[in-house]
Design a protein around this ligand. Structure first.
Ligand code: KG4
Ligand code: ZN
Length: 345
């Protein structure tokens, strides 16, 4: 079984070919960092145009590298949301055009499902159900993954996503773009105890996350401390984030019921402090811990192709040419709305 994957929901353009035995035959990613850097964040219009420029030749290259003709793939899997709608449409419509031309089934993949199933691409023994901490630029959720397409949300953020908090901290400290890796780098040289930042909702039994108060505290500290304190602020911020992630994940472990493992996925899962703390938490509970390799944590198309493979294996129907591009698309449609402004799905 061969699936071509396409990803374009944010600021990475990606194409990959994955087979039914979890072999990644090719994977290409073009980052748009340089185009967005002058603005200190992702500009949706620039992102969409950049996807148009690079996606089609990238798909051709990915197929060539894999040694696979379009006519030989079993399905095409393209991200259909959630994300920046202009970019999502570029990838989805490209996927539809290829599917139509080659007479192949098209899967419109939920980008979050791509992240959620990505650990099974590298840990084939990872069985359902598992507890997933999904931490990315747009999301911070704890989910019980019961099977392909079966997700129960246990917690979400009531304000900012965790990656967003990293990106805004980097901006406030003028550490550069993209923010997450810049904060992690700066934190290496800093003292995590230098600033006593708030740990919103810590030890309250509250299942959900909140990062807005922490962000405000970082802004005040950055303004008050002036230049020279960036590393200490970055380290103290990262320590506060890690404490919150561990606290809420510990609670979720208690409430999730029987699970095979604790799994972390999404761009922030690339952070070594986050990985280390979650590993320690899982070890303390006698729970297996799975964190995909860094290239699979940040946005890529192998995870989208793999979600297509998983859907094919599970016998789920293709979405075909009527697949909709969805800027918002919760993994668990039955999850209750949580209090707070700017609620994430
Ligand atoms: O999953 P992803 O690549 O895209 C989304 O679906 O959002 O996640 C991107 C997010 C960004 O906010 C980025 O700053 C963050 O992941 N990130 C990190 C690290 N690498 C990426 N955050 C903390 N430490 C990192 N090393
Ligand atoms: Zn992502």
């Amino acid at each position: 079984m061969l699936v071509l994957g396409i990803e374009s929901s944010c600021d990475e353009t990606a194409a990959a070919v994955v087979d039914g035995d979890a072999r990644v035959l090719s994977r290409r990613v073009a980052s748009q960092d340089a185009a967005h850097r002058p603005y200190g964040g992702v500009v949706p219009e620039i992102a969409a145009r950049a996807h148009v420029e690079v996606l089609a030749p990238m798909i051709a290259d990915a197929l060539t590298e894999a040694g696979v003709a379009l006519g030989h793939v079993d399905a095409i899997a393209a991200t259909a949301g959630p994300g920046l709608i202009g970019g999502v449409m570029v990838g989805l419509v490209t996927g539809k055009a290829l599917a139509l031309a080659a007479g192949k089934p098209l899967y419109g993949i939920n980008h979050l499902e791509g992240h959620a199933l990505s650990p099974r691409l590298v840990s084939r023994g990872l069985a359902f159900p598992y507890l997933l901490l999904l931490v990315s630029g747009g999301h911070c959720q704890l989910l019980r993954v019961d099977g392909v397409g079966r997700y129960r949300r246990l917690a979400t953020t009531i304000d900012d996503a965790v990656g967003e908090a990293f990106d805004k901290t980097a901006k406030m400290l003028r550490l550069g773009f993209p923010g997450g890796p810049a904060v992690e780098r700066a934190a290496l040289a800093g003292d995590p105890k230098a600033f006593a930042f708030p740990r919103p909702l810590l030890h309250t039994g509250e299942p959900h996350f909140s990062f807005a108060g922490l962000k405000t505290a970082v802004l005040r500290a950055a303004q008050a401390a002036g230049p020279g304190c960036e590393a200490d602020i970055a380290a103290s911020f990262q320590a506060a984030v890690v404490d919150c992630l561990v606290d809420r994940t510990r609670l979720a472990i208690e409430r999730a019921g029987e699970v095979s493992a604790l799994v972390v996925a999404g761009g922030v899962a690339a952070n070594q402090a986050v990985r280390g703390a979650l590993q320690a938490l899982a070890d303390g509970r006698g729970l297996a811990f799975v964190a995909p390799p860094i290239w699979l944590c940040t946005d890529n198309a192998a995870m989208i192709a793999w979600a297509g493979v998983e859907r094919l294996h599970a016998g789920l129907p293709a979405d075909g040419l009527n697949a909709l591009a969805r800027p918002r698309w919760p993994l668990d449609p039955d999850a209750e709305t949580v209090r707070g402004a700017g609620v994430r799905a």
